[in-house]
Write a protein that binds this ligand. Structure first.
Ligand code: SAH
Ligand code: SF4
Length: 435
């Protein structure tokens, strides 16, 4: 894979124009990637087209055939100045200093560089890594923490992922399915809080056929105008298209790991290539594309985590959920050790440095293994928190893992304040919630 950066970026005025350019360039066999628009050219969730400089004139000729408004810029990597000058060099290895210099010069990091960063063990190295990630976060996405709400509407699942507490055949959990009305009500409640994005998550449950899902999406749109993220697993391209046309904006389908062997070992029913194909479809269909991984999976090495981070970058992923693997009751992985908080934080930090203009959640899994985990994540590159907004009577049954932390608005506010960050202006809180 070519990881050198000698590219330009095509930034269209609207998503529709970007999608038109995407299909025109594709039909002319021009090689390009869809990437999150760098912060200097657009908002965090918009997508642009990055391609090698050598294809630039060919692309311009192709785009002249369709009526769209766009600009072409050099695909410049965001740089931070003063990193080397501010460094306390004593105690930092030369190789660590070389990488920091590369970051300062705006050079792309290689897999080997990323491995060195993830391997940071000395307190000074870890502190340096975290402070660079925090500076990128501040300069690229600012101090406001985005808050989203998740409605976990069904814990039925046709799959048996070995790590998951709601896998098919897992008997420790009471199964539930929320009715369409209940889902809408929960979304309306989130809207009352001022939340702008709702995440609809479930096991892979065909009880909700595509028409039902489309109807739920349309009703939520009509009643709340919220952005809708789906996290409902693998579907056909046709189904993803229908859901998108019904109004879904974002889709979260985590790759979990880019190591094929590890992937196979944790997913008895999933095929790695199908998962990649799904991620590509989602991107082609104009979803804001969400992915992520688990840290501490059996057989996973640091090299694999480095490869995951490069995958997020190369696939132009916009939302990257990085959380520790946590054992779940009555699963084949019940007695395995959980993933490490420190490695999760390092992975978040390196992902911010490498992927830059993306949503990086302080995950629920991190809050579940460490009560202060979300504050820690916010201090090393994270900028999003997801509330568990499933109605109380169902909440306890959506146990993806043991001791899941039911992150609510109060605990989110606490983490945000403790990390010295800002609440979004759109929140409409009652006095009780603000305490
Ligand atoms: N069925 C959908 C959505 C539900 S699972 C899907 O699989 O995409 C959502 C996420 O929960 C998964 O992507 C996985 O990363 C996370 N998860 C599930 N079980 C977990 C565990 N035991 N430890 C940590 N994260 C887990
Ligand atoms: Fe089902 Fe998703 Fe859990 Fe796999 S991770 S068993 S698909 S809910």
């Amino acid at each position: 894979m070519n990881r050198k950066n000698n590219k330009v970026i095509i930034v269209c005025d609207t998503t529709t124009e970007m999608l038109m350019a995407d299909s025109e360039l594709r039909s002319c066999n021009i090689v390009f990637q869809l990437v999150p628009t760098p912060s200097q050219y657009g908002s965090i969730c918009s997508t642009s087209i990055a391609l090698e400089e050598t294809y630039k004139s060919q692309a311009k000729a192709v785009l002249a055939n369709i009526k769209i408004n766009y600009n072409i810029y050099p695909y410049e990597v965001k740089r931070l100045t003063g990193l080397m000058a501010a460094l306390k060099k004593e105690g930092l290895t030369t190789e660590f200093q070389v990488i920091i210099n590369k970051i300062e010069l705006g050079h792309e990091l290689t897999k080997e560089d990323i491995i060195i960063l993830l391997n940071a063990k000395e307190a000074l190295e870890v502190k340096t890594l975290f402070s660079i990630a925090d500076r990128f976060r501040k300069e690229i996405v600012g101090d406001v923490v985005e808050i989203r709400g998740a409605i976990e509407f069904s814990n039925y699942c046709a799959k048996s992922c070995n790590y998951c507490g709601i896998r098919k055949g897992c008997n420790s959990t009471k199964r539930y399915r929320m009715k369409e009305e209940e889902i809408i009500e929960a979304a309306v409640e989130l809207n009352r809080l001022g939340i702008r994005t709702v995440i609809l998550q479930s096991g892979e449950d065909d009880y909700y056929d595509i028409d039902t899902m489309c109807s739920i999406i349309k009703r939520i749109k009509l009643e709340t105008k919220m952005g809708i993220t789906l996290s409902i697993g693998e579907k056909s391209r046709e189904d993803y298209l229908k859901l998108r046309e019904a109004g879904a904006n974002n889709f979260l389908l985590k790759i979990e790991t880019t190591n094929r062997e590890v992937f196979k070992n944790i997913h008895p029913d999933n095929d790695y290539d199908t998962r990649i194909e799904c991620a590509k479809w989602l991107k082609e269909l104009g979803y804001v594309n969400g992915s992520g991984n688990m840290i501490g999976l059996p057989g996973q090495k640091i090299e694999d985590i480095a490869e995951d981070i490069l995958y997020f970058k190369e696939m132009g992923i916009h939302m990257i959920g990085i959380g520790p693997f946590l054992p779940a009751t009555d699963t084949p992985f019940e007695n395995l050790p959980p993933g490490s908080v420190d490695m999760t934080l390092k992975a978040i930090a390196v992902t911010r440095i490498v992927c830059k203009n993306v949503f990086l959640p302080a995950t629920t899994a991190l809050a579940s293994i460490d009560p202060d985990g979300q504050r820690k994540a916010l201090e090393v590159g994270a900028n999003t928190i997801m509330l568990i907004s499933t109605p109380e009577k169902y909440r306890a049954s959506y146990q993806l893992y043991k001791n899941k932390n039911m992150v609510d608005i109060k605990s989110a506010i606490e983490a945000i304040k403790n990390a010295n960050r800002r609440l979004p202006k759109y929140l409409k809180l009652t006095e009780k919630e603000e305490l």
